[in-house]
Design a protein around this ligand. Structure first.
Ligand SMILES: Nc1ncnc2c1ncn2[C@@H]1O[C@H](COP(=O)(O)OP(=O)(O)O)[C@@H](O)[C@H]1O
Ligand SMILES: [Mg+2]
Length: 203
């Protein structure tokens, strides 16, 4: 069975990591090989980028911020995601390339054509088979890290960016309201996963 990459997207605190864990447990219970990766992170370079973005010197240019995330993503694609897909794993990504579109292109206004060029090199043909966008308000008070300290208008632009991508995304995107108990949210997530991964209802 071929592998497939599924990305979980949405604002901080909407429940991405929670739903990735539900998905991982379910897929393991039906014996699908699963790998979970988180952005930025999940490689030594990705972890260093995460530390830099959270606790390093302030990154003042949106282009530099985009390239830092992109560097972490390039490493993640080549050292973890592509090999896992080739080995037939379902890869669950806790954020992926659409976070770059939402936060740096829609949120901060970097040049979309330039972003598309960078992404083409970074992704090297790897693309999510499905994107789960958890839309709605965060479940926990945000304000911890730098990205979370941005003003409300920034988060509105990011959310609007996700909405536009979901509207244009066709079968590859689902928008799921995060404003329900996690097991209820997961019912919708599971339905999308069944469709993308061709898992019959009996399983
Ligand atoms: N559907 C939900 N309803 C209420 N609380 C939730 C729900 N999903 C997650 N949470 C809680 O909200 C917080 C943020 O969830 P998390 O999965 O870490 O979000 P993210 O990864 O998107 O930042 C956690 O404390 C989590 O337990
Ligand atoms: Mg998370």
């Amino acid at each position: 069975m071929p592998g497939a990459l599924i990305a979980f997207e949405g604002l901080d605190g909407v429940g991405k990591t929670t739903q990735v864990e539900y998905a991982r447990r379910w897929l393991e219970s039906i014996r699908r090989p699963v790998e979970v990766v988180q952005e930025p992170g999940s490689t030594p370079v990705g972890e260093a980028v995460r530390q830099l973005l959270l606790a390093g010197p302030p990154v003042r240019s949106a282009e530099a911020e985009f390239l830092l995330f992109s560097a972490a993503r390039a490493e993640l694609v080549r050292t973890r995601i592509a090999p896992a897909l080739a080995a037939g794993y379902v890869v669950l990504a806790d954020r992926f390339v659409d976070s770059g579109w939402a936060y740096q292109v829609y949120g901060r206004g970097i040049d979309p054509q330039w972003a598309a060029c960078v992404n083409a090199g970074v992704l090297n043909g790897v693309a999510p088979a499905g994107v789960i966008w958890l839309r709605g308000r965060p479940h926990r008070p945000v304000g911890g890290d730098r990205m979370e300290q941005e003003e409300a208008s920034f988060h509105r632009r990011v959310e609007e960016g996700y909405a536009q991508m979901a509207a244009r995304g066709g079968e590859r995107w689902v928008a799921i309201s995060s404003e329900a108990p996690p097991e209820v949210v997961f019912q919708a997530v599971q339905q999308a996963l069944r469709r993308w991964l061709a898992i019959p209802e009996e399983e």
